[in-house]
Design a binder for this molecule. Structure first.
Ligand SMILES: [Ca+2]
Ligand SMILES: [Ca+2]
Ligand SMILES: [Ca+2]
Ligand SMILES: [Ca+2]
Length: 323
């Protein structure tokens, strides 16, 4: 889980030993005056450029005090030298993310580092700092890359999504759905969506201009409010981490009624035989009708004079003597 990439690679390509070798080579070829000029140039270069660069990489979210790199070994310094020469680590900005462990010469984390907080939407998250050797007026650049781990699950802004659709909506119609958010980077962020719950609906995912994924609800099969007035679906977003993490949102589709059914009587014709002295108010016949699958939502209107109906039931009774 921890690694150090690269060791020393100095812009001047060397340390003090190399500088001395270069001086002796210069001394053989040039006189005292030229050597003085060379010294001046080298001194200027020491002040302007770092003496080396160290690169390490560590995963985010490590606990405080975790190993980052063996600085003493990579710089070729002995541990007593580190302490004697006043070596210290300076981070850019207010926060000190790393420090040098005096006993081991290791660079270690000074606090838990959250990549999402430091480098939102940045592919390569690098924290620069400097190792300063005060006794020798040297400094070394250190770059620590913070690698992403899959420590966030995709999430939807709203856990419940309410949609209303007319029952006459044509199959194939599409409805945009909210996308999920996952602050991790690359494959650790949202990779795919899944829909479950109902054969009436399927899922399509469009690619946005920035390569982002936009889920859409597709009506796969015609709706019928008389069959089902609501449809409960589950939208799932998954990232590509190992193991993968998921986030879900519930979708509730309310089917809006349209008048797509005519009332149908239970019989096309009712025949009633009534004696001529039937008392007024006697029930002659009870008729029933349905409208779609929903009962009791109809009004009744008598078609012929002579009888009257009960207010709710469709009961027809004698209203006067039969002639
Ligand atoms: Ca994190
Ligand atoms: Ca994630
Ligand atoms: Ca992360
Ligand atoms: Ca209807």
């Amino acid at each position: 889980s921890r690694s150090a990439v690269g060791g020393t690679s100095c812009p001047l390509c060397c340390g003090t030993d190399c500088a001395a070798a270069e001086m002796s080579w210069a001394g053989r070829r040039w006189g005292r005056r030229q050597r003085a000029v060379l010294w001046a140039v080298l001194l200027a270069a020491w002040e302007a450029a770092a003496w080396g660069q160290l690169r390490y990489s560590v995963p985010e979210e490590l606990p405080k005090g975790s190993f980052v790199g063996d600085v003493a070994k990579d710089l070729g310094l002995q541990l007593p030298e580190l302490r004697a020469r006043g070596v210290r680590i300076v981070s850019e900005g207010q926060t000190q993310y790393f420090f040098l462990h005096g006993k081991t010469g290791h660079l270690v984390t000074a606090e838990r580092i959250d990549r999402e907080q430091l480098c939102r939407q940045v592919e390569k998250c690098v924290l620069p700092c400097e190792l300063i050797v005060e006794g020798e007026m040297k400094f070394y650049e250190i770059e620590v890359e913070i690698k992403d781990i899959n420590d966030n699950a995709p999430s939807f802004r709203e856990a419940e999504i309410d949609l209303r659709m007319s029952e006459t909506t044509a199959p194939g119609s599409r409805f945009p759905l909210p996308d999920a958010h996952d602050p991790d980077w690359g494959r650790n962020s949202v990779q795919s969506y899944e829909l479950s719950g109902d054969e009436h609906f399927s899922l399509a995912v469009q690619a946005g201009p920035g390569g982002d994924q936009r889920p859409e609800l597709v009506l796969a099969k015609a709706l019928d409010r008389e069959e089902a007035a609501f449809h409960e679906l589950l939208l799932r977003a998954m990232d590509g981490g190992d193991p993968a993490r998921t986030g879900t949102a519930r979708i509730r589709v309310t089917v809006v009624d349209t008048n797509d059914n005519a009332p149908v009587f239970s019989q096309a014709e009712y025949t009633v035989r009534v004696p001529e002295d039937v008392p007024v108010g006697s029930v002659l016949v009870t008729v029933t009708a349905t409208d779609g699958l929903v009962k009791g939502e109809m009004g009744w209107r008598k078609a012929e004079a002579g009888d009257r109906r009960g207010p709710e039931s469709g009961v027809w009774a004698a209203s006067g003597p039969c002639l």
